[in-house]
Design a protein around this ligand. Sequence first.
Ligand SMILES: Cc1cc2nc3c(=O)[nH]c(=O)nc-3n(C[C@H](O)[C@H](O)[C@H](O)COP(=O)(O)O)c2cc1C
Length: 328
Amino acid sequence: MKTRITELLGIRYPIIQGGMQWVGRAELASAVSDAGGLGVLTALTQPTPQALGEEIKRCRAMTDRPFGVNITILPTASPPPYEAYLDAVIDAGVGILETAGHNPRALIQKAKLHGIKVVHKCTSVRHALSAERAGVDAISIDGFECAGHPGEDDVGGLVLFAAAADQVKVPLIASGGIADGRGLAAALALGAEGVNMGTRFCATQEAPIHPNIKNALLAASERDTNLIFRTLHNTGRVLKNAVSDEVIATERRPGGCEFKDIHGLVAGARGRAALESGDVDGGLVWASQVTGLIHDIPACAELLERMVAQAREIFDARQAIFQDRDRQ
Ligand SMILES: Cc1cc2nc3c(=O)[nH]c(=O)nc-3n(C[C@H](O)[C@H](O)[C@H](O)COP(=O)(O)O)c2cc1C
């Protein structure tokens, strides 16, 4: 396949694995890159910038294809040393950075000075345009269906991708709600030049999480996610489970809820333990509405080949519709 995204990132298929806390490790990133997409390591999954440097080395030993690193800027009182994480990316010579979260301008500018290609992931057209002005090379835009933080505008991908394609000039990557070749074809039809996936990559052979979690994604339907942190204006989409149900119940309490009331439930360490131990109700499990589209746990290479073949078939079949009409 050839789009501005495959050309920009030096990949065979315009399919990207988005940054995923506790999941975006070398096992998954190298498998996605080897399969022809772009694998992405998640910087903050590593405890220190030095550890990120080691993880980059580990990933390089597992694939000779390009991969990227995600740095997510979180709204937190005690921020991690973002710039030192970026320095680890620069020192290791990684050529692709995915930024996400609040006000990444300083990171974007420093990365660009070092010749790194920057993809910024956001959830609205206005933030996409602002990142474009800051000099990013591509925009990844997350529709409301997505896992993680969909923003507060609640605009689904069908409208958001087309609205972004109308205004953004750099290549656009559609993210959120995509799990198969139909999603890839739809994203291309709406004006995106690639897709970004999170949840679908969690349900692959190479995802470094417990099989119980993969099976829970397989069993879940498109109705089995919860929107948490709505009352705190920092909405997150996660798998429906005992913990996310309790978070919502706490948020709905008369008198409302402050972050400290749910902190113990949503702590990152607890989510990490759930992913590693396979205790599906042990913590937050970030997941999107594509749980309704996951019916198996393939290897990344099989998933990507299948997606591309399905998208190609769809475009071929649609062409026939118009040819038939022209003949009438
Ligand atoms: C387990 C998990 C962890 C995630 N962690 C992050 C993260 O740390 N930073 C980030 O920018 N996005 C994160 N995301 C969001 C994904 O990168 C991607 O934008 C999203 O999953 C796309 O929606 P989809 O799941 O429908 O494909 C996470 C998603 C999942 C499923």
